[in-house]
Design a protein around this ligand. Structure first.
Ligand code: BG6
Length: 521
């Protein structure tokens, strides 16, 4: 193992971090394949999918035999599609855009128009696929990527099945589905049934781009590959856990979706509950997709159902008002384009959650997420119990801050441990210092690049299984429905936090009542 550079540990301490650069850690290049994108004229294709494929190509991680077929309703030529994707890739990479790489990559891009609910259109798609597979030698391995609005998922899935395009008759057939995966328990179950009628579970890749973030994957490595932390990872040593995903962005141009979704559907049912599961799960016997996903389900099943008769002690909702962000005035949510001036959609939620099992009994998990907050930040902080006996109390006036371990998901990805150290000098005086590991300057794949690669490799570890998707809806559907039914309360309280602030004051109260406080954003 190679030793990495000395990392600056901040505060009064310094130390050394050993970085793994073993040859076995290099990424494998996947077998030849093609990607069919449904919704190729949409935002997701332009902002994420094509730029990610282009970057994988530029860093030599795409298979040598590869092509993409973009599909959407509007008929356009291959060359018009290539031109439009070139703009998208230029926007994404600005000065890192390479004309010569693009020339080679763009020759692998094709387009065919598909009316999603017309069966015959899939016959045309199949013919084009078979012809291109011959030309490019991709051996029938295919990924179908659903980047359409969710309303179109069902006809596409059904028609792929009817046209025989889901059958693995020489080559794999994987299907990637973006969130939102349903809007409640019933619709998620319905979507799972629709998928199961055409595809087997091993072919289905339900996407949660948070799972693909390097630091989220590192939670499991950190917990289970170090003997130091697991013995204290429980109710005996941990006082509480905080999970924060705060955003500076507002709703942008997504009001159509967000007005019906709100923050619990948008951020909690997927990203935040996945972070919760990774933090709280038991170690699986082996590290493979099925065992890890089995353990995550057990966490979801142990989450105590919300007491719908006493929501104020567990939930705080918010909606942003106008405010100032980086010196600029920004509008209130209700004045954003496409948002109703009386909207009661929450853009902020804080939840207190209990996991009723042996490990976590009595340890609250406080979860919060919101838009237009003062910082863009995603982190999990593990707050340890205070020391049991204050032997310094007669010599020191200040109280001793308990240890906090921070798993920084983004930005400044890394891990920090806050602990106490004595100040130099003869007086007994303690300071909280930070021991810090940072991924800064490390080579990181973007979440979309990572999931595309994993899907090509057939690795479902970072994707959500059908039961995982449903179990989070089991927990959250009654809560969402009860909160939405309180329509007489929300219009009066919203908006209740200014853009650029740290959220509604009521969220502070949620922890204050328990004698705790949020970590500052
Ligand atoms: C998406 C949500 O899933 O995640 C967005 O729909 C949110 O509303 C986004 O902005 C946050 O992702 P990231 O990777 O920017 O933290």
């Amino acid at each position: 193992m190679a030793e990495g550079p000395l990392h600056d540990m901040g505060g009064n301490v310094s130390g050394k971090v050993i970085l793994g650069t073993k040859p076995g850690c290099r990424m494998d290049i996947p077998a030849p394949c093609s990607v069919v994108i449904f919704g190729a004229s949409g935002d997701l294709t332009r902002r994420k999918i094509i730029p990610s494929l282009y970057r994988l190509f530029a860093i030599d991680l795409l298979p040598s035999s590869f092509f993409v077929i973009g599909t959407a309703r509007t008929p356009i030529s291959d060359s018009a599609f290539r031109d439009s994707m070139q703009e998208a890739v230029k926007d994404a990479f600005s000065e890192d855009f390479s004309e010569s790489s693009w020339q080679v990559f763009s020759e692998m891009l094709y387009y065919t128009s598909v009316e999603y609910d017309v069966q015959d259109a899939y016959v045309g798609l199949r013919d084009k696929l078979l012809a291109l597979e011959k030309t490019h030698g991709t051996r029938g391995n295919r990924i179908y990527y659903l980047a359409t609005p969710p309303a179109v998922y069902e006809p596409v899935i059904k028609n792929l099945g009817i046209a025989g395009l889901s059958k693995e008759d020489g080559g794999y057939r994987h299907i990637v589905i973006e969130k939102p995966f349903g809007s409640d328990l019933e619709s998620a179950r319905h979507l799972n049934r629709t998928l199961a009628a055409s595809f087997a579970e091993h072919q289905i890749y339900r996407m949660d781009h948070y799972l693909a973030k390097e630091t989220v994957q590192n939670i499991l490595m950190f917990r289970f590959a170090n003997s130091l932390f697991e013995p204290v990872w429980n109710m005996r040593y941990i006082d509480h856990v905080q999970i924060t995903v705060s955003e500076t962005l507002g709703v942008e141009h997504r009001a159509g979706y967000y007005e019906t979704a709100g923050v619990i559907r948008d951020m909690f049912q997927n990203h935040i509950f996945q972070l919760l599961a990774m933090t709280a799960m038991e170690p699986p016997a082996i590290f493979n997709a099925e065992s890890v996903r089995d353990e995550k389900i057990k966490v979801f099943k142990s989450v105590r159902p919300f007491n719908l008769e006493d929501l104020p002690s567990q939930v705080v909702e918010g909606q942003y008002d106008k405010g100032t962000m980086e010196g600029k005035e920004v509008p209130a949510y209700r004045n954003e384009p496409g948002v109703s001036p009386e909207s009661t959609t929450p853009t902020y939620t804080a939840l207190k959650v209990h996991i009723d099992n042996w490990r976590w009994s009595g340890v609250p998990f406080y979860l919060r997420s919101g838009k237009r907050l003062s910082m863009r930040k995603a982190e999990i902080s593990i707050h340890f119990r205070p020391v049991p006996h204050l032997m310094f109390s007669h010599t020191m006036e200040e109280s001793i801050e308990p240890n906090v371990l921070i798993l920084r998901v983004q930005p400044d990805e890394g891990i920090g441990l806050h602990f106490q150290a004595k100040n130099s000098g003869s007086r007994v005086c303690l300071n909280t210092v930070l021991m810090n590991f940072s991924y800064q300057n490390a080579f990181l794949l973007d979440g979309y690049e990572r999931v595309l690669l994993d899907c090509m490799q057939g690795d479902q570890m970072l994707f959500v299984r059908s039961d995982g998707e449903e179990q989070t809806w089991v927990l959250l559907t009654p809560l969402i429905e009860r909160l939405a039914a309180d329509t007489d309360v929300r219009p009066g309280i919203f908006p209740n936090y200014s853009a650029g602030s740290s959220g509604p004051v009521q969220a502070e109260e949620l922890l204050k009542r328990d004698g705790r406080a949020w970590r500052p954003l």
